[in-house]
Design a protein around this ligand. Structure first.
Ligand SMILES: Nc1ncnc2c1ncn2[C@@H]1O[C@H](COP(=O)(O)OP(=O)(O)OP(=O)(O)O)[C@@H](O)[C@H]1O
Ligand SMILES: [Mg+2]
Length: 210
């Protein structure tokens, strides 16, 4: 079966790319052959999974290597690839990754500054679609506060970004930080991670539907 690849990308640093890449991959790995490609030159996911090797997290490629090469190899050898794109400054590499994946999720924190920064990433998607016209792209709200409705101005700003927003967002939850500190994914946290794990499952389902 063909490989399906999914990238987490944003020009904005700290919006949750690595956290979501690892936890989405961990969820998919329960039923599929998944590999993570670490596009961060600092090797965030490689470090995470190194600590966590006892906890059944997916394999990670590109520790200090070329993420594009790792993506090509992973796509040949595995059923599913999840790519954590480099932090904000490296949009050249991110752009080339977006030319090679099926789906990109763009995490956005629900604050006006982050929404405006999202526009730059949208431009990178538009550019990548010239070479990869089938690229499916979604904005993904991360660190949403329970009970706080997005202001009308923000909903308007989101809808002006020309890329649809996934129906399910990701709440701000201690479980995501706890899992990182303990070298795990939210799936390995038992009851403490249950709601976060459900959230990851819903996102995979919605974003990866054909
Ligand atoms: N939904 C969430 N709830 C609580 N904390 C979160 C959530 N998502 C991310 N975080 C925390 O926010 C911080 C930044 O997340 P992360 O490192 O995944 O962002 P990033 O986009 O990969 O950053 P960079 O651009 O530096 O690579 C981390 O401390 C992470 O634990
Ligand atoms: Mg990161």
């Amino acid at each position: 079966m063909a490989c399906h690849s999914i990238a987490l990308a944003s020009r904005k640093g700290g919006c949750g790319k690595s956290t979501l890449a690892l936890n989405l991959a961990a969820g998919l790995a329960r039923s599929e052959d998944v590999v993570l490609v670490d596009g961060d030159p600092q090797g965030t996911l490689c470090h995470w999974v190194d600590w966590a090797s006892a906890h059944g997290l997916p394999e990670v490629m590109a520790a200090g290597g070329d993420p594009l090469e790792a993506l090509c190899r992973a796509s040949r050898e595995h059923r599913r690839v999840v790519v954590d794109c480099p932090p904000s400054l490296d949009m050249a590499i991110t752009g080339r990754i977006l030319e090679r994946v099926d789906v990109v999720l763009i995490p956005i924190l629900p604050s006006p500054l982050d929404l405006w920064a999202g526009a730059d990433t949208v431009a990178a998607v538009r550019h990548a679609r010239k070479r990869n016209p089938g690229l499916r792209a979604w904005l993904l709200l991360n660190q949403m506060e329970p009970g706080s409705a997005l202001s009308r101005a923000m909903v308007r700003a989101l809808s002006s970004l020309e890329i649809p927003t996934l129906g399910c967002g990701v709440r701000r939850r201690a479980a995501y930080r706890t899992a990182a500190v303990e070298g795990m994914s939210v799936y390995q946290l038992g009851a403490r991670g249950r709601e976060a794990a459900r959230e990851m499952d819903r996102i995979s389902e919605e974003a990866l539907q054909a």
